[in-house]
Design a protein. Structure first.
Length: 371
């Protein structure tokens, strides 16, 4: 961790603020502009959502899906009409809410500072990225947290990971496997490395960055290829005599399991994976691989052969100081339930995939997103 990183106490305040929002409580953001009370739209009480004078901080991604003229990557502050209902506010944030509500936005402007920090805090809490900002200094807050700490939180968590235990765990596909658990400095979710065989004897071992997928990895969901990629990576590493699989806590491209299930609901209505995330207010891919680079350095690996179909993963890991000497393709057959998902990965997210009906050896797509 760099010397300029915020102290752990500040990061603990972010963790407390995240929990407060998930419980429906308010937290107070402190910044150069003063102090503002923040509630997450998803969990706030009805009276909070109806409160006069409150402003809605929301992403440009969500507003663009509502047909508003915005820059998708931006954050916006919305002033709501007098007498607005709680249901109307929820509908602005949640595409699964009732769509037949009257317009409640009377003013909209790009925003920074408090609005950006409030939305980021909702994302950290794995809630829909929309927050209510109360009047300056007013209201009751469960915890105070600085804007600076909120914006620094993700990097702090990734860079502060430390190994806490290593143990042999024989696996069905890799009998000689060791698990290494890493814990971040804020006491949050642990990350895991699985060392198959003897990766240490390779100058650049086979490596897989696998973002967790509860439905695919554990239950064998047919909507994605995640379970096949996980098991296939372990089998490939076992066959080669060694490899490193990093199991990263970035469910649903880092939107969390509940939001991924919401995205599935939207996909049932005809949206693809990318557009479903945008309708929820998230970017197409919110993952970051700084944590992976931190873990690899702790394990003593500076060079890897990366098992992936996504060139953007190669660029991301290299950008964090790990040399990727080779991209190793990682293809699995489509099924009727995930074919559209795989086609979307190739068409919109830049994955180099071979799908049934394409010429042998062909790969398509432009690098843009990560999986």
């Amino acid at each position: 961790m760099g010397a300029s990183s915020p102290p752990t106490a500040d990061m603990l305040q972010v963790a407390l603020a995240e929990r407060a929002l998930r419980c429906g409580l308010g937290c107070r953001l402190v910044g150069p502009g003063g102090k503002r009370l923040v509630h997450a739209v998803e969990t706030a009480a009805e009276e909070v959502l109806r409160a006069p004078g409150a402003q809605l901080a929301i992403t440009g991604w969500r507003l663009s899906m509502l047909g508003m003229p915005v820059t998708p990557e931006g954050t916006y502050l919305l002033r709501l009409a007098p007498g607005h209902t709680a249901a109307a506010v929820r509908a602005l944030a949640d595409p699964l809410a009732r769509p037949d509500l009257p317009a409640v936005v009377v003013d909209m402007r790009p925003a920074e500072g408090f609005a950006q920090a409030a939305v980021e805090l909702c994302k950290i809490a794995r809630l829909l990225p929309a927050a209510l900002l109360g009047p300056e200094g007013g209201g009751t807050a469960a915890v105070e947290v600085s804007e600076t700490a909120v914006f620094a939180h993700r990097r702090f968590v990734a860079e502060s990971l430390k190994p806490v235990v290593t143990v042999e765990v024989p696996l069905e596909l890799a009998p000689q496997a060791r698990f290494v658990a890493f814990r971040p400095g804020d006491g949050g979710l642990e990350q895991y490395a699985v060392l198959v065989g003897e990766p240490e004897r390779f100058e650049a071992p086979l490596c897989r960055l696998h973002s967790e997928c509860f439905t695919g990895d554990l239950f064998g969901s047919l909507k994605c290829d995640c379970g096949a990629q996980l098991r296939g990576a372990l089998a490939r590493m076992e066959a080669e005599g060694g490899g490193v699989l990093l199991y990263l806590r970035q469910e649903g491209r880092n939107i969390g399991l509940v939001n991924k299930l919401r995205a599935y609901r939207l996909q049932q209505a005809g949206l693809d994976t990318v557009d479903a995330n945008l309708h929820l207010g998230f970017e197409p891919d919110g993952r970051d691989f700084l944590a992976a680079a931190t873990m690899l350095r702790h394990l003593g690996f500076a060079r890897v052969r990366l098992l992936t179909n996504n060139p953007a993963k190669v660029e991301a890991l290299a950008g964090h100081g790990i040399a990727v000497v080779e991209r190793v393709p990682h293809h699995f057959a489509a099924n009727p339930h995930n074919r559209f998902y795989l086609e979307t990965k190739a068409r919109k997210s830049g994955h180099l995939l071979r799908l049934e009906g394409e010429e042998d050896g062909s790969e398509g797509g432009k690098p843009a997103a990560r999986r």
